[in-house]
Ligand binder design. Structure first.
Ligand code: DC
Length: 206
């Protein structure tokens, strides 16, 4: 069983993906981390504007060395969104994601184009979203716990910018697949979102 979870930045799709995978005993891949890793490599090398360097970094990516904690910063998210708009970077990461999904028992993958491009035949497709203000509030709370200078307005502006870039790019833009089920978590807590997502998965499994 392949579960594809897509949605905009800070929609909670990663948390849901992890919970659903744990509950069903399936492996989970947060595909945003792949683009974040490529963005981080380019940032560190001062080559974010260099398309060829980003494609090279994507081709050479070693997924066994990904460190989720260090990749989850606002600056790396922004860099990820820039490199993710490049068709060569996306093409370099397709096989890796499809191989992950092809394990015999299935898998849970979350990202922007899982249901539309990577796993169009997924058993279940969820499109998880929430209003930009709710997503900014959640992200701000996470950041504020670590950084007393974090600003809600800056986080909201960042979310609007990433939504715009991720949705308007020509290569695999963020879209809800026609056969995906929409889950709007604007008014739901984590437990309620998990229960709602699980109900959608169980229904699709029959
Ligand atoms: O989900 P995230 O915030 O970790 O993703 C970081 C960036 O990577 C996001 O702005 C868009 C890009 N991304 C993508 O284009 N396709 C995916 N499947 C996952 C992420």
């Amino acid at each position: 069983m392949i579960i594809a979870i897509d949605g905009p930045a800070a929609s909670g799709k990663g948390t849901l993906g992890k919970r659903i995978a744990g509950h069903l005993g399936l492996a989970h891949l947060d595909t945003g981390l792949l683009y974040r890793a490529v963005g981080a490599i380019c940032l560190a090398a001062g080559k974010l504007e260099d398309e060829a360097a980003s494609v090279e970094a994507a081709r050479a990516l070693d997924v066994t060395t990904l460190d989720p904690e260090s990749l989850r910063t606002g600056a790396i998210g922004e860099a990820a969104s820039v490199v993710a708009a490049r068709p060569g970077v996306r093409a370099a990461l397709v096989d890796l994601q499809r191989r992950f999904a092809a394990r015999p028992e299935g898998a849970v993958l979350d990202g922007r184009d899982i249901g539309s491009v990577i796993c169009p035949d997924a058993t279940v497709k969820l499109f998880v979203t929430a209003s930009p203000e709710v997503r900014a509030e959640r992200r701000f709370k996470e950041l504020a716990a670590r950084d007393p200078l974090a600003s809600y307005e800056a986080v909201l502006a960042d979310i609007h910018k990433r939504d715009e870039r991720d949705s308007s790019r020509a290569a695999a833009p963020l879209v809800m697949a026609s056969d995906a089920v929409l889950l709007d978590t604007s008014n739901l807590g984590i437990e309620e979102s998990f229960a709602a997502a699980l109900a959608i998965v169980e229904r699709a499994r029959g």
